[in-house]
Design a protein around this ligand. Sequence first.
Ligand SMILES: CC(C)(COP(=O)(O)OP(=O)(O)OC[C@H]1O[C@@H](n2cnc3c(N)ncnc32)[C@H](O)[C@@H]1OP(=O)(O)O)[C@@H](O)C(=O)NCCC(=O)NCCS
Length: 137
Amino acid sequence: MNWNGLRFTFEDVDAAPEISHYFTNFPSERDVGLAHHDGDEITAVAWLVFLPATNPGYGFVDAETPELCITTFDGHRGQGIGSALLTELISQARSRGLPGISLSVEDGNASRHLYERTGFEVVGRNQGSDTMYLALS
Ligand SMILES: CC(C)(COP(=O)(O)OP(=O)(O)OC[C@H]1O[C@@H](n2cnc3c(N)ncnc32)[C@H](O)[C@@H]1OP(=O)(O)O)[C@@H](O)C(=O)NCCC(=O)NCCS
């Protein structure tokens, strides 16, 4: 997903279907999500959402491939939480037999390094973002 800097309020998200579709029907039957917590505090979330070709996400590849959304909340970044969460999510996706995972990363987003390190490769371009894909089989 695309979120360089703090650009969206909750109202913005609700008013923008191209953003809210990552949340509104989650979790559908096939979606997978994980949260990292420190005691009672949620420090990071990551989820895989299936969107249809008729309502694609920024990183849409095909209807059988879920798209990754991930964020570590302010104050917790750069401590390895995002890497650990992504590794576990990939492991769960693999154990469910999913063919792969896609994502969209905006030009200049530092998270690109995380995706490259994890094995995602650029497979497409959508406006100012690359679509990346990790094959799981
Ligand atoms: C991308 C993100 C989920 C990584 O989570 P994290 O818990 O900081 O991850 P890690 O500590 O495991 O670091 C993983 C990579 O994230 C990036 N990163 C680290 N600290 C960061 C920070 N403060 N801000 C942005 N990216 C950071 C680095 O590229 C790092 O890779 P490297 O260690 O190989 O250089 C987190 O920085 C974030 O939520 N960013 C804002 C939301 C976002 O851009 N999500 C991805 C949209 S495609």
